[in-house]
Design a protein around this ligand. Structure first.
Ligand code: GLN
Length: 403
């Protein structure tokens, strides 16, 4: 398979930029575990793909190397932050591309480009060699044209890794040969909060049409309640920025890449290098994250966010007692115009309203193409299953594709 790799995943002796100026010409001295595993399986790795700087964004406009465009209409964004990887697959440049998904960065661009995007469960595969953005949320994800392609590649790259203490020591099933090709008796959960205000009516009616078809085929539809999901974006932007401010402190002009050294001493060098090297969105997040971790605000923001994160996870645990898979839209709209949301970070953050919860709860999710909008842009539907039950996503995803 011809495979492209998001440029926040290390390939030995190749430049890793993370879409940022701050890494300069940094060359990785080692391979990410997923890259080692792909090479062992004789994959052809053809290149690195553009991304929002340090994977922060939903549009791929935040890269120091310029925006990625959507092949369905080049005035539109491809989604982000793994937009380059989505487009590599959507255009046929690669069979498969790896991305990273911290709050939706594989599933949202998959929805916008008409591709399949899988976010495995937290710990399903090794993050060793993925440049950390928010360590408790980050997962490497897989883009392909069909669900089975992503299952095939997950088989090759999943598993425990002694180099990543957060990778899970859980057996990886054979996703290809264990498949179940019937939905009879399958309980599909529909979160009532995900079909409410803000969802494009055409996306909504298409998803309802698909669930009706699944019911005809023998699946049982159950309404589920993710009451805490309303706070998901708020929780995410506290926890993700807190972790990012800590992770990004290593880019200081000393350890890696570029340095601006024309000032009066060490502090001046740090300040100039980081002000010049990081883009606006990354600086905004470092400021937010530093603030929510500061002595006076830690309890009010960071600790509170962690507590509500647990409530959200409890909502999912309760939901999965009533259903096997949760089905919803992936994104509230189709792709938007380049520049349209650049001055409005909050409306950009809302792009991930249906996707961030999976990262906060550590469960797995996939976006598969659901149809074409009358505006001639594709959109996806999202399936989510309990942690380490990727098989359920592959089975239902493949069934829906055939349907
Ligand atoms: N859009 C979200 C953000 O900007 C998610 C990014 C991601 O999943 N890497 O943080």
């Amino acid at each position: 398979m011809v495979i492209a790799i998001k440029d926040n995943i290390n390939i030995k002796d190749e430049i890793t930029t993370c879409g940022s100026k701050i890494l300069g010409e940094f060359k990785s001295p080692y391979n990410a575990t997923v890259v080692t595993k792909l090479k062992t399986e004789d994959a052809l790795i053809i290149g690195k793909t553009n991304l929002d700087e340090f994977a922060m964004g939903s549009s791929n406009e935040n890269s120091a190397f310029g925006p990625v465009k959507n092949p369905h209409n080049p005035e539109m964004v491809p989604g982000g932050s793994s937009g380059g990887s989505a487009v590599a697959v959507a255009t046929g440049c690669a069979d498969i591309a790896l991305g990273s998904d911290t709050g939706g960065s594989v599933r949202q661009p998959a929805s916008f480009t008409g591709t399949v995007g899988l976010k495995p469960s937290y710990g399903r595969l090794s993050r060793y060699g993925l440049v950390a953005f928010a360590s408790s949320l980050d997962q490497i994800g897989i883009f392909g044209n069909f669900t089975q392609d992503t299952a095939f590649v997950l088989n090759a790259i999943a598993g425990h890794d002694v180099l990543d203490s957060t990778s899970a020591d859980i057996t990886v099933p054979d996703y290809i040969n264990q498949k179940n090709s019937s939905v009879t008796g399958l309980k599909i959960g529909l979160p009532k909060q995900y079909f409410a205000d803000g969802l494009d009516p055409e996306i909504k009616s298409r998803i309802v049409q698909i669930t009706d078809r699944l019911k005809e085929k023998g699946a049982e539809l159950v309404e589920i309640d993710l009451a805490t999901a309303e706070y998901a974006i708020a929780i995410y932007y506290i926890i993700a920025t807190a972790e990012a401010s800590s992770n990004l402190s290593r880019f200081d002009g000393v350890h890696y890449g570029m340095r601006i050294d024309e000032g009066t001493g060490l502090t001046d060098m740090y300040e100039k290098t980081r002000s010049e090297g990081f883009g606006e969105e990354v600086q905004r997040r470092i400021l937010l994250g530093t603030y929510v971790l500061s002595a006076g605000y830690y309890d009010a923001y960071y600790k509170k966010a962690q507590q509500v994160r647990r409530l959200l996870k409890n909502d999912f645990d309760t939901a999965f007692k009533k259903c096997d898979v949760i089905l919803s839209p992936t994104t509230p709209t189709t792709a938007f115009k380049i520049g349209e949301k650049s001055d409005d970070p909050l409306s950009m953050y809302l792009q991930d309203i249906y996707t961030v919860s999976a990262n906060l709860a550590g469960i797995c999710g996939i976006s598969i193409p659901a149809g074409m909008h009358s505006n001639r842009m594709p959109f996806g539907l999202q399936l989510q299953a309990r942690a380490f039950n990727e098989q359920a996503l592959f089975d239902l995803g493949t069934f829906i594709e055939k349907l």
